[in-house]
Write a protein that binds this ligand. Structure first.
Ligand code: NAP
Length: 248
């Protein structure tokens, strides 16, 4: 029997890499998209291949439809697609909303929302029982920011994640009858490099201990929820958003 095949966007670092490691442990072949860091992608693929699964990395910007097509073409080489994790996400330098211009709103939405929509389209076409496939599961990486609004940090990012929550619900209802489950995870403060991209590398250390559980979360703690939502153990779960935020 062929192994399940999962596409993880932004699957080479942070939360996406943790998801990839857990899926490899559970016998999935993997296609891991990333934006630019070739060396990190190659190192992870080498580690995963030692576990007896196929792990391919594809430099593919989810905001570019042609890149998305290439990403899924690689997945097609491995076999029928069973899982998609829309994990690629960006934020920009912390500032108040009045200082965020339209070009920045467009950049953030292009990756966090339009990219996830493009990948979801590609996945649904491959998974739907309406086209003779066996079904599958999609998990979107949202954020607690969707509900907190991220004032004076990144309202644009927070709004993009709220859009992702709505897309999760809408798509889940559209494809529930076609063997595809769609869910989202909303992480809180998680220890990855994304905070440095917002110009605040000390954010996790500064805010982590102020969380209800007294610490930040790890990428693996988020990945465990993602992998559960993808698994048959979550077979009656769709259209839902799961907070993984230590109570935040
Ligand atoms: P991260 O450490 O910054 O890693 C981001 C990954 O996404 C990298 O593999 C990166 O590729 C890739 N990527 C970035 N832009 C891309 C694009 N346009 N196309 C394709 N791939 C792209 O991020 P993370 O902290 O693990 O976050 C993962 C997801 O969780 C994001 O959606 C984020 O919004 C969400 N989240 C994170 C936190 C947190 O506290 N960390 C909290 C809530 C939600 P390169 O390596 O090539 O740059």
């Amino acid at each position: 029997m062929s192994r399940p095949v999962a596409v993880v966007t932004g699957g080479t670092r942070g939360i996406g890499a943790a998801v990839a490691e857990l899926l490899a442990d559970r016998g999935h072949d993997l296609v891991l998209g990333y934006r630019s860091r070739d060396a990190e992608a190659a190192a992870l693929a080498a580690r995963l291949s030692e576990r007896g699964v196929e792990a391919r990395t594809v430099r593919a910007d989810v905001a570019d439809d042609a890149d998305v097509a290439r990403l899924f073409a690689v997945a097609d080489e491995l076999g029928p697609l069973t899982a998609l994790v829309n994990n690629a996400g960006i934020l920009e330098t912390q500032r108040s909303m009045v200082e965020i211009d339209t070009a920045r709103w467009a950049r953030v939405f292009a990756v966090n929302v339009f990219g996830a929509a493009a990948c979801s389209r590609a996945a649904v076409r491959r998974m739907s029982t309406a086209s003779g496939a066996a079904g599958g599961a999609i998990v979107n990486l949202s954020s607690r920011a969707a509900q907190l609004g991220s004032p004076h940090e990144y309202v644009d990012y927070a709004a993009s994640k709220a859009a992702l929550d709505t897309m999760t619900r809408g798509l889940a209802l559209e494809v529930a009858g076609y063997g595809i489950r769609v869910n989202a995870v909303r992480p809180g403060i998680i220890d990855t490099d994304i905070h440095a991209a917002g110009g605040d590398p000390g954010r996790v250390a500064r805010l982590g201990t102020g969380q209800p559980m007294g610490r930040p979360g790890s990428a693996v703690e988020v990945a465990e929820a993602v992998v559960w939502l993808l698994s048959p153990a979550a077979s009656y779960v769709t259209g839902t958003v799961l907070d993984v935020s230590g109570g935040r």
